[in-house]
Design a protein around this ligand. Structure first.
Ligand SMILES: [Fe+2]
Length: 207
């Protein structure tokens, strides 16, 4: 069934955001994760592939991940913890809870609450793919010095990510570092923030 899941990674904007289009190849049902910078480019891909957009999933509410969500006539999923802090002006905002599942055709997408970069950051897990937003990059992690950031929470969230199978494919929210996606088992060694098992050491990395 995983072969029927379409994943397209799009590099958009001056901040090198990654927007993702996921789709069920069989039905054409699609969702967009973290629309960034350029709604016209995203729309063009959806039209070219003849996909039908069913929903938008937001890893968090920072402005560079929510571009144009006020224009879409589909549900926009943001974590309930984020909605009280960073609230994008979506027409159809839906608040998700930790562990909540949404369906895309035959696929189940699970929201994992991973606070730290912001209070309501969430990752999305589907068919062994984890979309991490600004929680986890290839060789770094998201900043914790913005309003609502919490380094200790981020450390705990990363321990939760590390508990997923080593084969999990990580798709980050920005093009920071080498490579555009990674295998969690490899990243546990190559990403010092992920390799770190001691909170004091972790905090020292963040400075
Ligand atoms: Fe962010």
């Amino acid at each position: 069934m995983a072969d029927d899941l379409y994943i397209r990674q799009m590099l958009l904007g001056d901040l090198e955001n990654f927007t993702y289009i996921l789709a069920d190849k069989a039905s054409g049902a699609a969702c967009v994760i973290d629309p960034a910078a350029d709604p016209a480019t995203i729309k063009a891909v959806l039209e070219k592939e003849k996909f039908s957009l069913k929903m938008i999933l937001l890893t968090h509410g920072h402005y560079d991940h929510v571009v144009g969500v006020d224009k879409y006539d589909v549900p926009v999923h943001l974590s309930s913890a984020e909605a009280v802090f960073y609230l994008p002006a979506a027409k159809h905002l839906t608040r998700t809870l930790d562990g909540e599942k949404v369906r895309l055709g035959p696929f189940v997408i699970e929201a994992l609450h991973t606070p730290g970069h912001t209070p309501g950051c969430q990752c999305f897990l589907v068919e062994g793919n984890l979309f991490t937003g600004d929680t986890l990059f290839m060789e770094a992690v998201g900043r914790t010095d913005f309003p609502g950031g919490d380094a200790r929470q981020l450390f705990n969230s990363l321990q939760r990510v590390k508990a997923l199978p080593d084969t999990t494919v990580v798709w980050p929210g920005h093009n920071y570092g080498s490579g555009r996606s990674g295998i969690l088992g490899d990243m546990k060694r190559s990403n010092p923030y992920l390799a770190c098992e001691d909170i004091k050491e972790f905090l020292s990395y963040l400075g």
